[in-house]
Unconditional design. Sequence first.
Length: 385
Amino acid sequence: MYKPYTALLLLLCCLPAAAADEDNDAQLRRLRFENREALRQQEEKTLEEGGETASAQTADNTAQNLPLGILGAVNRGDARETARLLAQYRALPGYDADLADFAEASISRLNGDYAQALAAYKALLERRPDFTRARLDYARTLFDNRQTKEAQAQFALLQREELPEAVNRNADAYRRAAQMRGKWHGSLAVGAVYNSNIGETTGRLYCFDPYGFTCAKTPPPERAHGYTYEASAEKHRPLSGHHGLFARAALYGTRYQDFPDNSEDTLAVSAGYRFSSAQNTWSLAPAAEWARADSRLLYRSAGLRGEWQHDFSDTTAFNWEAEHREMRYADDYRSNNGCLSAFHASLLHAPSHNWLFYGSANVQKRKTQQRASSYLLHGFQAGAQ
């Protein structure tokens, strides 16, 4: 989704290094986003396969029929109707307090108040551990709130019970989706590339003095064919509650046939802590990167990266990233040694699986041994894909 942009710098000599750094960062951000989207879509597909029967039952205001109406409204995900029927149900003499508490917890869940819903489900199950529907919704709420390990424990308890086929199918879908979160997932892409002037030469004669005593002719342009590749992998290991660990790696580059010295490869790895909840995910981890060009190591870097994503809804999210890295270049480029600090913020909206709209802002500061190679870069971009 991210496309590299160019910016006007005060010092033209900074352009090559600045563009390269931004290209790498944009490519890594795109790979991370694609991995997250792929996992989310896999989870949605798994849950859709499990199905969930939504009852369309209606009921009159009697102690016998109102419970059916309440369960039907909960199944349809209608919090307002559930609250309306619950108020009528509680007005009846001899109503079932456990069913009323279940409906209250369901209203909190449907309204996105997972903390209140989980507390209500837990209190209800302590009184009625055999309330199967409450345990199923408790487990699903834990799953939606990204408390994966606790959700798996509740689904394991449900697996021991004899459940109706539709309920068992739905619970099994959540079990498989929870297991999927802890597996390796990634992507691989390969494409062709063509360069009409691999050496960036003109084949012309250039003279360096007005009399033509000192002249040189550059080689003629040469065409090159090759391929580009991108490979990424990520794994999340849930711990207790919202806590977890993650590991991530990305490898990408360009290879030219018959021109190995013009090929480029970059490897980036990161592993650390991640906090995940229904609406917020943030992580903090050390990160390292190696880049190779002209068949030898160009630079290596190590530092710290922080990320935060807030999901306003299933289709809209805000993402923030910050990092600081120490850069060490090969001997021929030692003057580029120094540090790199970067900040990136983006707003994303995906109205469907086929469309994504985004806008982002970026600030990047580079400090090197030579002041002329240092820079401060600001960028903005917006687009759709």
